[in-house]
Design a protein around this ligand. Structure first.
Ligand code: SF4
Length: 371
């Protein structure tokens, strides 16, 4: 395991001097759509093409600061650096697996919070897993992030900056960033507007041009927002963190289930599929002696039989402070086999980077304990 401490911030000017949003958070370059950036520069007497040059600099050339956007005149770069932070996240730690194929980055936000991003390199793709909140209100029983509840939503800019940071990291390794999963800290559908603006910025062909089909938004089951997502113009993928096929068990593991029980959740998923024609992924964190029994696998198969879906069985990454364990390999395969026998396409996916605390919220929890 390699641990690298990198004392970097994207911009040198103090954030305290910068304009704040109505929520009291600094607005950064990564918060803005191209149209918003054009309006801002036009208001400063700059031609619109300067916005497009800057946009290409950050999303095309993956510049890491205004100084690197050399297509802009120096006085404009200086003025922008005084007016609009290039970014607001500072890298605290980067931890990579020995093979370098999984890199976890811990960021400090402008207000001293910690968030995590994971870059995963596969032979055919490079995927970033982005956090959308500091903490999480859902409080899943097996998740380190949910332990302290929700502190705040991340801004669009804080999420876009995670993606661009991962794109730079991948580019340095000679790889394009190809996929985005909103499966880091937080519940994306509890931060809906900022998440959808993120999708719009990333999807813009004049910038990163990230195809919506390469973006997966996960949810623990926020039913009204699943309906809203089905009405969005973007063809993003939906992953539902199911983890149990019955209400008793699911409410114990995912407390939000008491508000949106399985029947309501499944009805929302059916409406989503009917409206979009897109297959849903059901995520299933497998825990020894909790939700891995043969009878539970049969119930899961019955629940999902006939639905346009795929199941990802994810053997749990154990967390020191929580009493949940990963089943043994034979138990994992037996569970997946029973679900498959119900004609449900099922894949066992091992989370990347167990050795580097890559389970959701672990690195942040370590940092918070040390601070
Ligand atoms: S698993 Fe996801 S939804 Fe559940 S508490 Fe953790 S971050 Fe929140």
């Amino acid at each position: 395991m390699e641990t690298v401490a990198l004392p970097t911030a994207s911009s040198s000017a103090p954030l305290a001097l910068r304009p704040l949003s109505r929520a009291g958070r600094p607005v950064s370059l990564f918060d803005l759509t191209l149209e918003e950036l054009e309006s801002r520069l036009l208001a400063q007497g700059e031609p619109a093409f300067r916005a497009r040059q800057l946009w290409h600099g950050i999303y095309g050339d993956l510049c890491d600061g205004y100084d690197a956007v050399t297509t802009l005149p120096l006085p404009l770069r200086t003025a922008l650096a005084d007016d609009l932070p290039f970014g607001t996240l500072a890298t605290v730690r980067e931890v990579a697996t020995d093979d370098g194929e999984t890199v976890k980055t811990l960021y400090r936000t402008f207000d001293g919070q910690f968030v995590e991003t994971v870059l995963m390199l596969y032979p055919d793709r490079a995927t970033v897993c982005v956090s959308c909140q500091v903490g999480c209100a859902v409080g899943c029983a097996f998740c380190a992030t949910g332990l302290g509840g929700l502190t705040r939503n991340l801004t669009t800019g804080e999420m876009v900056e995670q993606v661009v940071g991962a794109a730079r990291r991948a580019a340095a390794l000679g790889r394009p960033l190809t996929n985005l999963v909103m499966m880091g800290m937080g519940e994306p559908l509890h931060n809906y507007a900022a998440t959808m603006k993120l999708v719009g910025i990333l999807n813009d062909r004049r910038g990163l041009g990230f195809g919506a089909r390469r973006i997966t938004i996960s949810t623990s089951g926020v039913v009204p927002r699943i309906d809203a997502l089905a009405d969005e113009p973007y063809q993003v993928n939906l992953a539902v963190s199911l983890h149990a096929p019955t209400d008793d068990l699911r409410t114990r593991l995912v407390p939000l289930n008491s508000r949106y029980p399985i029947a309501e959740l499944m009805a929302a998923c059916d409406r989503y599929v009917a409206k979009t024609g897109r297959r849903i992924s059901f995520e299933y964190a497998l825990m020894a002696g909790i939700n891995d029994g043969d009878d539970v696998a049969q119930d899961l198969g019955e629940l999902l039989r006939g639905r346009l879906c795929h199941v990802n069985v994810i053997p749990l990454n154990p967390v020191d402070v929580l009493p949940y364990e990963r089943p043994d390999p034979a138990g994992i395969e037996r569970f997946a086999g029973i679900v498959r026998a119900a004609d449900i396409p099922t894949t066992v996916r091992y989370s990347r980077g167990v050795a580097i605390a890559a389970a959701c919220g672990q690195l942040r929890a370590e940092q918070s304990a040390a601070s």
